[in-house]
Ligand binder design. Sequence first.
Ligand SMILES: NC(=O)C1=CN([C@@H]2O[C@H](COP(=O)(O)OP(=O)(O)OC[C@H]3O[C@@H](n4cnc5c(N)ncnc54)[C@H](O)[C@@H]3O)[C@@H](O)[C@H]2O)[C@@H](O)CC1
Ligand SMILES: [K+]
Length: 505
Amino acid sequence: MKILTAAQTREADAYTIREEGISSTDLMERAAKAFTGWFENKFQPGAEVHIFCGPGNNGGDGLAVARLLHERKYKVQPYLVGDISKASDDFNVNLKRLPQALSPIHVEQESAIPEFNSDACVIDALFGTGLNRAVTGLYGQVIEKLNSSGATITAIDIPSGLYADSQTPDEGAVIRASYTISFELPKLAFLLPQHEPYVGEWHVVPIGLSQQFIAEVKSDLYCTQQEDVQQLLKPRRKFSHKGTYGHALLLCGGYGKIGAAVLAARACLRSGIGLLTVQVPQAGYPILQTAVPEAMTLTDKNRKHLSELPQEMEKYSVIGIGPGIGTERVTKTTIGQLLATASFPIVIDADAINLIASSEKLKGQLYKRKLIFTPHPKEFERLVGKVKNDYDRLQHLREFCLEYGCYVILKGSHTAVGTPEGKVYFNTTGNPGLATGGTGDVLTGIITALVGQQYTLEEACRIGVFVHGLAADLALQTIGEISMTASDVIDSLPSAFLHLTQPLP
Ligand SMILES: NC(=O)C1=CN([C@@H]2O[C@H](COP(=O)(O)OP(=O)(O)OC[C@H]3O[C@@H](n4cnc5c(N)ncnc54)[C@H](O)[C@@H]3O)[C@@H](O)[C@H]2O)[C@@H](O)CC1
Ligand SMILES: [K+]
């Protein structure tokens, strides 16, 4: 699914209106019906609903929603905020369509807003994608009052005051919605952690915007969805054998962190790799052999740390390196040797990222390699330097991928996969249960397995992060967020792959 800018969304609206020969009021009615459909499933008829409408088409949506919810027996009170003498045409059409029983309150100062009952709903229809400056003055005061009212706020299309695709100025007020119901496609702002307090739980409802326009419009930003991953996954062939599915080498684990190697290895095996060799420091040998009997285990000459590459490197199709390896000097030297010699893809995680980030020499060895980095935001900053905000982080992500011709999986609630072509794919699975030690090691194992099976690096990244999040979502049903461990995510990998390859009816 593509992510469009606010300007492209307006073009999509206009294109749809032209192509379908409908009026903009018709499209607004579709949007209002789609919103109302979601609202009815969430809140019972009879609920008190206060709808705050601004002067543009977002306000027009609010007025149409007021009429539809009134027809469905909600106790609706519309508010017209600010100067509506220059309101949009569709706003005025829907103002006229309000039934007589609904008498709007004109809000010219914030004191016109009454106290709400504690179970009241507020619908925010002040501004949508037409926002073109920071919200201050009366609108800002109204937003602050609604935010502190204690009512449950549901935003139409986007929380008012939030820029859809660029940094919102600090001085602007922004609605803090519990729910945001957006039309047709998600907005970039919803995918960025800094906006969590404003966007709340977000849903996208279809309003029939032109699929042709959306397919043709240029955008480098995408959300990866279940259908995408189902299309990417390849069935296993009848006459295949373990050699068909690659031989992965994991260089993971260190003294006190052999568990990282165990987790990565188990995840790799559960993700379809044909053969797996794990090299661990001597201290890890009995642990690996006992915990992961399916993996072949090599031992490093060093008792505690990665200090050498195995013999016969050419027999491996992919390497996963990093989880639990520590940052010893000898380990850094070994990474240098690996980058100098390996011609196959390398998945680079955790301390391997930290070591590379700390060395300009190692960074200089990254060019023209097939590399996937899997940093969390702190590790990413070690690679690229301090970032100012989430948009700046995205910009750095794209620049880093372009410069080194590599893939970066920037981990987070909506993990972002950056590609060398400048594309970014946001993931749509996962939950806060993943915020626990070891889940990153699991991801390294999954991605390594997929690369080993000859998926392209882009495919491996997109499938891997989706499956990892899906496994956590399936574990959520029986284990919950609080008790979830990295091992639970591995245990749910079979269900996740089954879910994707044999979808339930
Ligand atoms: N264009 C269409 O055909 C459709 C639009 N839809 C709705 O329309 C919205 C976009 O409507 P508009 O483009 O009219 O834009 P908005 O409703 O977001 O607001 C635009 C108006 O607000 C003013 N404004 C912008 N920033 C301001 C600020 N900081 N302080 C004070 N005033 C400010 C502008 O001057 C303009 O008058 C979408 O988000 C969606 O909710 C939907 O009804 C679907 C169809
Ligand atoms: K809004």
